[in-house]
Design a protein. Structure first.
Lengths: 168, 283
């Protein structure tokens, strides 16, 4: 059930990605639905699950974006793993904690992408500009909204739903 | 395998990162040698391609429907606006045509009235009664405008009749077709005088023209100016038939110069009347 939910979440993220690309080109520069998905699954504290979530979501994002294939997968895996690692010790719960994790993850994701581009292509990309601020704010707000909706829909702490034993 | 991974997640994490790094490196290389996508990347794209295609299909159709709806609303609003515009323009066009007709008529009346050296009053026909043997019209101007009984009424075509009754705002005109109307007239070509009156059938007859007079159909009949009512030279009609009458006079049928079925604007000529004491002068 956990991975089925993840698959549905991934399809929703890809749908959002496609919709944004169709109606608001370049919107993904200010909003990252894949990151919300990965962080949501990583907050359960399952390190291995977080790695798989990051790789799967990242590869799909890479496949439908112009970046080097594997780059977003790499960055999302790093974010997912770190968030899962922190949660395996601190057990952060609630919408605010999710929002804070998202803020940190957006920044970390951008730093990882910056480093990868720098290392692999020897190029320097724009960072810490208005785009990144907008991306941090919009992604966090949207993530918190989704979290609240899940809270209403699942009638339990959404992160607990990601902690159930998996069969991967 | 599963247990090993769960026991050493950090190691697994590093292995995955290394694998991803290799994938990225391969991706850069294939880009450099001409391939734009690795097989793995193509596989991921192929697996998830229904989603963007479905989104694109739904988005395009939704956008088309939305734009179709907007276009329809715009078309309905535009249609409504154009209907109103057509209505207004039709009304305006009719008014302009009316004005154009009025202007042409007024111009011809004005030109015509300028030849008279007497006061003229422009009036509009508001009622027309030519059904019985007593044929008359009602004008929208009366004594307040200076119209008096026996004033001549004409238009650009010719003589219409004379005023027989006035109120302050209206006047009644006995038209030339009336059986009781009598107009002192003359034949333009031969200058022979006579009296023209209505014959009750919409035509005129000219009496008292001697049998020896040269009259042929087509001759114009004008007012003679001898009756003390109508100024000289106003067209009365055209001779259409000439017969030898009984006695000493010809029987002449005259078609009126004026089309009495389409009277609109007329000129009232404020003629100088012959004083009554002159008419009844007893030497």
């Amino acid at each position: 059930v956990r991975w089925l939910r993840f698959a549905i979440g991934l399809l929703i993220a890809l749908t959002l990605h496609s919709l944004l690309d169709k109606f608001f080109p370049n919107a993904l520069a200010f909003f990252n639905p894949y990151l919300i998905l990965v962080i949501y699954y990583s907050m359960g504290g399952n390190l291995v699950g977080a790695i798989f979530a990051g790789v799967a979501a990242g590869l799909v994002q890479d496949a439908f974006s112009g970046a080097i294939f594997g780059m977003h997968a790499f960055a999302l895996t790093v974010c997912g793993y770190l968030v899962a690692y922190v949660n395996s010790r601190l057990v952060l719960r609630g919408t605010l904690a999710f929002g804070v994790s998202l803020i940190g993850s957006v920044i970390l994701n951008e730093i990882v992408l910056y480093l990868l581009v720098n290392i692999l292509l020897k190029q320097k990309i724009e960072m810490f500009g208005e785009g990144m601020l907008a991306k941090t704010v919009l992604t966090s707000l949207f993530g918190m909204l989704v979290y609240q909706l899940l809270l209403l829909f699942l009638r339990e702490e959404p992160i607990e739903a990601t902690k159930r034993p998996s069969g991967w | 395998m599963q247990v090993a991974v769960e026991r050493r997640p950090t190691l697994f994490f590093l292995v995955v990162l290394a694998a991803l790094f290799l994938v990225m490196t391969a991706s850069i290389r294939t880009t450099r040698i001409g391939e734009t996508r690795t097989l793995f990347e193509r596989g991921v794209m192929w697996a998830f391609s229904p989603v963007p295609r479905l989104v694109n299909w739904a988005g395009t159709n939704t956008a088309d429907m939305y734009h179709g709806y907007l276009d329809m609303r715009r078309a309905v609003a535009q249609n409504f606006r154009l209907h109103n515009e057509v209505e207004n323009l039709t009304r305006e066009n009719l008014a302009l045509r009316q004005s154009e007709g009025d202007l042409a008529r007024m111009r011809s009346l004005l030109n015509y009235s300028e030849q008279f050296d007497m006061p003229t009053i422009l009036a509009r026909v508001i009622m027309l009664d030519t059904s019985g043997s007593f044929k008359s019209i009602i004008l929208d101007q009366g004594s307040a405008s200076g119209i008096e009984i026996n004033d001549a009424v004409v238009n650009a075509q010719g003589l219409i009749g004379r005023v027989v009754l006035t109120t302050r705002k209206l006047s009644k005109v006995q038209i030339a077709l009336d059986n009781n109307a009598a107009i002192g007239s003359l034949l333009e070509r031969s200058r022979r005088q006579g009296v023209t009156r209505g014959d009750g059938t919409g035509m005129l007859r000219m009496d008292f023209v001697p049998s020896l007079t040269d009259v042929t159909p087509g001759d114009s009949v004008l007012t003679a100016g001898t009756d003390g009512l109508f100024p000289k030279g106003i067209p009365v009609g055209t001779v259409v038939k000439v017969d030898e009458g009984k006695d000493l006079f010809k029987s002449i049928r005259v078609a009126p110069a004026v089309d009495f079925s389409s009277l609109e604007d007329v000129i009232v000529l404020h003629t100088r009347k012959v004083p009554a004491d002159v008419v009844r002068y007893q030497p």
